[in-house]
Design a protein around this ligand. Sequence first.
Ligand code: OAD
Ligand code: ZN
Length: 235
Amino acid sequence: MTDKPSRIVILTGAGISAESGVDTFRDEGGIWAKVDYRDVATPEGFARNPSLVHDFYNQRRQGLKGIQPNAAHIALAKLEREFSGNVLFVTQNIDDLHERAGSQRLVHMHGELARALCVRCGTRHGWREDMDAFSICGACGSTGHLRPDVVWFGEMPYQMERISAAIALCDLFVSIGTSGNVYPAAGFVEEAKFAGAHTVELNLEPSEGRSHFAEAHYGKATEIVPVFVERILGG
Ligand code: OAD
Ligand code: ZN
């Protein structure tokens, strides 16, 4: 990286939350080694067995109470506070660790554990407790129409237009803690490259998209992200 960037887009995935105690998906012993994504992360799975899906997300939502942002989330929030240009965070994670660390310009492209969506009236609600087939929508008063406000396989991620617009204008694109298996997020690096941005991967190991990145640093997020942030702020 030579010139100082002015517009940064940072994509994060499960790897940034791993050291906070959140399971990743595709690492050994990860979530998709324990449960079939077709059962818990597709609209068809939810239609087949809503209580199985509610239980899966209830457990993960309860898990938020016992975890804290780590040094990587904290360093990124510092970057947003102190950087003279523009930073947008795009996370595939449904935990709330970025916002708890202080990040503000943040898109949860795969939704949020701590929200419920009423499929009857379309209202989204903050939701910290368990959800089931008897949960009541506070907006339309109906029972049995709430689902976790998360994006499942086969559904369109949130705020894609905003994300694409930011990538088209960015001069630095950084991907942190994601294996690069899930589109459209896995394609962002190519969009950024096409826009002329410098592209950086920060991950435990080379991702599926490794060849698209101009620069890469491998190691634990809590170690490599703070170093990278200091370099941007200092340089
Ligand atoms: P993955 O589990 O596919 O990838 C996590 C990545 O983080 C891997 O490349 C790991 O090597 C890396 N990693 C693990 N520990 C790390 C650490 N301490 N520091 C840095 N990197 C570390 O998770 P995602 O790429 O986020 O979607 O998965 C993308 C999407 O697939 C998720 O949002 C989810 C899942 O299916 C839906 O559920 C729709
Ligand atoms: Zn409703």
